[in-house]
Design a protein around this ligand. Structure first.
Ligand SMILES: Nc1ncnc2c1ncn2[C@@H]1O[C@H](COP(=O)(O)OP(=O)(O)O)[C@@H](O)[C@H]1O
Ligand SMILES: [Mg+2]
Length: 391
């Protein structure tokens, strides 16, 4: 039997929701307060109620976990009362289309078959279910910016269009920059905006201490190491980095049969962790987006370049397609893949200002991530994806 520093390493996974959320008490209260009307008896009658909330904040400030925590609590509450509120959480970055979101919810929450039905028919079905059971659906849409503006607007409009305005309420979650882009289409439909700021050093310390107590055996992570990791998180303004570092440092300790993490492991793990928001979202890239990202990374890594022009990336992409025996897409579609990568902040796009004879052109570079690290990760994902489709 090999020994381990972990008590329960599952608690470090990104979708784990802990029983406590230190330093998000105010946000939770604020959220609960703006949802209170849902739980008033009058909302069970036909009095219109819908309160849409937006939660805005950069990566790694606890947006997702706070909402999941709240939904869990609400679910418990509704089970013990006569009030019918159905809660649901979806990550738009993973689903990517309004139509698909509606269908997944119909299937998983209402047991409705969606094949052969239009979006409108499905929505009408859902709303009539909600009305007949006097139920309100509280739907959290995470990374909502991944949908197109008109799709978001139309999702928000659905309940009103089909006469169920008080039957569906939304919590929209987004990073600030992306939110500003979609704001024009939704501003007047959002009743309440909650902004989450990065945690301070002492907040990071508290949160990491708590998470260490859930994940590690006592004594496995000395206080001075927690301090070290807290400083890293406070600097990167992303608490997820800390959890990721602890997880990797823990694996390393296990591998070397140590019963304690060391500063050396923590330093090693810190170097290996890159912005985990990007790391997470990489898994959701479509095949051609993956290829486009890989093309940029390869191009940058092989030439030690800082940025690269579109025609060069496209050429590299076509070579990759040939390597992997995939039919390349036309340049116009390819541009869309690049735009998606820019939108998710994996790639930076800079328009070079000076006009030469060929006009202004864009150059692409990697945002913070090292080209080599990214390349390795993308290649793994690509192979994973291809082996799935071939098997
Ligand atoms: N206040 C907190 N207490 C405990 N864990 C937290 C807290 N805030 C964030 N976390 C953890 O940090 C990680 C990042 O949080 P997450 O909700 O995914 O951030 P965001 O959605 O803002 O990018 C998750 O693993 C989450 O469980
Ligand atoms: Mg999130």
């Amino acid at each position: 039997m090999s020994s381990t520093v972990f008590k329960d390493q599952n608690t470090l996974h990104s979708d784990y929701v802990p029983d406590d959320l230190p330093h998000r008490e105010n946000e939770l209260k604020e959220l609960a307060a703006s949802l209170r009307p849902l739980f008033q008896p009058s909302s069970n009658s036909d009095v219109a109620f819908s309160s849409h909330i937006a939660i805005i904040g950069p990566a790694g400030v606890g947006k997702t976990v706070t909402v999941k925590y709240l939904l869990k609590e609400l679910e418990k509450m509704t089970k013990q009362s006569s009030i019918n509120v159905l809660v649901d959480y979806r990550n738009c970055w993973a689903i990517r289309s309004k139509s698909e979101i509606i269908r997944v919810i119909a299937r998983e929450k209402f047991n409705l078959q969606s094949r052969g039905f239009s979006d409108t028919e499905i929505i009408e079905n859902i709303i009539s279910r909600l009305r007949s059971t006097r139920t309100t659906l509280l739907l959290a849409l995470d990374e909502v910016w991944a949908l197109k503006g008109d799709e978001i607007a139309s999702i928000l409009n659905l309940p009103t269009e089909y006469g169920g305005s008080h039957r569906i309420s939304y919590i929209l979650i987004s990073r600030p920059q992306q939110f500003r882009r979609i704001e024009p289409v939704l501003s007047h439909r959002i009743g309440h905006v909650i902004e989450m700021k990065p945690y301070s050093l002492s907040e990071c310390r508290d949160i990491l201490k708590y998470r260490v107590s859930l994940a590690f055996k006592s004594g496995a992570v000395p206080d001075d190491l927690i301090e070290m990791v807290a400083e890293t998180c406070a600097k990167s303004k992303n608490i997820r980095d800390g959890l990721e570092i602890l997880y990797r440092a823990g694996l390393r300790a296990d591998k070397e049969n140590k019963d304690q993490l060391t500063p050396e492991y923590v330093r090693w793990a810190s170097e290996n962790v890159y912005d985990s928001m990007r790391y997470d979202t990489l898994g959701q890239l479509t095949l051609h987006e993956l290829l486009a990202a890989l093309a940029i990374a390869k191009r940058l890594a092989s030439r030690q370049l800082v940025s690269v022009k579109l025609p060069d990336i496209y050429r590299q992409y076509k070579i990759l397609c040939e390597e992997y025996k995939i039919e390349p897409r036309k340049e116009a579609s390819f541009r869309n893949y690049l735009n998606k990568l820019v939108e998710m902040e994996l790639v930076d796009k800079v328009i070079t200002g000076h006009r030469n004879k060929r006009g202004v052109y864009a150059k692409y570079s990697l945002n913070q991530v090292s080209a080599n690290t990214l390349m390795e990760r993308l290649q793994d994902l690509l192979e994973e994806k291809l082996s799935k489709t071939h098997s």
